[in-house]
Design a protein around this ligand. Structure first.
Ligand SMILES: *Cc1c(COP(=O)(O)O)cnc(C)c1O
Length: 390
């Protein structure tokens, strides 16, 4: 089955949907049983596709978890209240005091804060590595290295990692690899085929697709699923049935939405690349992008998220650029139907193991489903305001 067909069918077996098209929304804390025997059976399964107690999930959750495994690979999928909880949940399921973690330097900023603030306090040491390190990661491995965390393309700067090379090094040494696969959503990259052990999604982004729900997932191989699941249970992680229902529904249109995001973003990115004010456009599909070869090899396409770097620009000029926007709204997150814009002035301050070669401000865009001509006109007017403020 190809990806768009898979998106339509994933998690929609008769067992979950009954006679409806969609898996129904089942809200529950208490699950009730008719016989002692039934309760004993459900207890043995501990919520493994059999309702047992609300925290362990209902049919709504089971259908979505099954869909995620069908789409990403892996044998089990744990649900979390948001993407950040999926990141901390996957790391804390396996790391203990005295362990060493290798973390990609271009990681989502809250994941970096988790390492520096929470993990450090628990006696877990983090070493950051250059996103383009590839098999060279072997040189950073210590006897107590337990996990390697990847995010590809990286947040803000979008370097594409050599996922199979890093995973091969890790696997030969029994080190667990975790990939934050949010940028690709479950369809642009197949993490388990590349050798990843655990794949994370901030479903908040493209899976939900409408900027109205927070949800996280972590999908794991047979080897690591039991421990991930047990940890998630012990920590009491759960997600509301309503939110999971929205995620299941989001999957059905993910393919067409992403294709349009991709097309719109490429049109805007190519226009930006021609502008005299722009130093560089950071888009994985561009031939000169760091890791473009890996992108072509491991990804089946791109999405609406990329950034560009201005040659120069004061705070005042960038404020004039952003604040007068008609279609782009200023705000965090991405993956909804709407266009977003944010600015970062000091990328190097977020880096420890890699050099950021540009001094101008970085602007990150999420290109939504508007007509791209309107977005280009919005950006053209922004450059006029930028110059007027100079
Ligand atoms: C947004 C995001 C997260 C966190 O997801 P939330 O649902 O906002 O907690 C994690 N990783 C990446 C790459 C993200 O973009």
């Amino acid at each position: 089955m190809k990806k768009n067909t898979q998106l339509i069918h994933a998690g929609r077996s008769r067992q979950w949907t009954g006679s409806a098209v969609n898996p129904p929304l089942v809200r529950a804390s208490t699950i009730v049983f008719d016989t002692m025997q039934e309760l004993r059976e459900a207890t043995k399964q501990r919520g493994n596709r059999v309702p047992y107690y609300g925290r362990r999930g209902t049919q709504t959750h089971f259908a979505f978890q099954e869909a995620m495994c069908e789409l990403e690979g892996g044998v089990g999928c744990a649900l979390y209240p948001c993407g950040a909880a999926a990141v901390s949940g996957a790391l804390l399921a396996f790391l203990k005091q005295g362990d060493h973690l290798l973390m990609v330097d271009s990681v989502y900023e809250p994941t970096r804060a988790l390492c520096d603030k929470l993990l450090a306090g628990l006696g877990i040491e983090t070493t950051y590595y250059d996103p383009l390190i590839g098999a060279g990661i072997a040189a950073l491995i210590k006897p107590n290295t337990r996990m390697i965390f990847l995010e590809s393309p990286g947040s803000l700067t979008l370097e594409v990692q050599d996922i199979p090379a890093i995973c091969a090094v890790a696997r030969a040494r029994q080190i667990i690899t975790v990939l934050d696969n949010t940028w690709a959503s479950p369809i642009l990259c197949q993490p388990f085929e590349l050798g990843v052990d655990i794949s994370i999604q901030a479903a908040t982004k493209y899976i939900i697709g409408h900027s109205d729900v927070m949800l996280g997932t972590a999908t794991a191989t047979e080897q690591y699923w039991p421990q991930l699941r047990e940890h998630s249970y012990l920590m009491g992680y759960c997600a509301s049935a309503d939110d999971v229902y929205a995620a299941s529904r989001g999957l059905r249109t993910l393919g067409v939405r992403l294709k349009q995001h991709e097309q719109n973003a490429l049109q805007v990115a190519h226009w930006l690349a021609q502008r005299p004010e722009v130093e560089t456009v950071r888009h994985p599909a561009f031939a000169d992008h760091p890791g473009h070869q890996q992108f072509k090899r491991d990804f089946s396409g791109s999405n609406g998220l990329f950034s560009f770097v201005l040659k120069q620009g004061s705070q005042q000029q960038v404020a004039a650029f952003i604040e007068g926007m008609q279609h782009f709204k200023m705000g965090f997150s991405w993956g909804g139907y709407e266009s977003l814009i944010t600015a970062t002035f000091n990328v190097q301050a977020l880096r420890r193991a890699s050099h950021w070669p540009y001094s101008g401000p970085l602007i990150r865009l999420h290109i939504g489903l508007e007509d791209p001509e309107d977005l280009v006109a919005d950006l053209a007017a922004a450059f006029t305001r930028f110059h007027a403020a100079g």
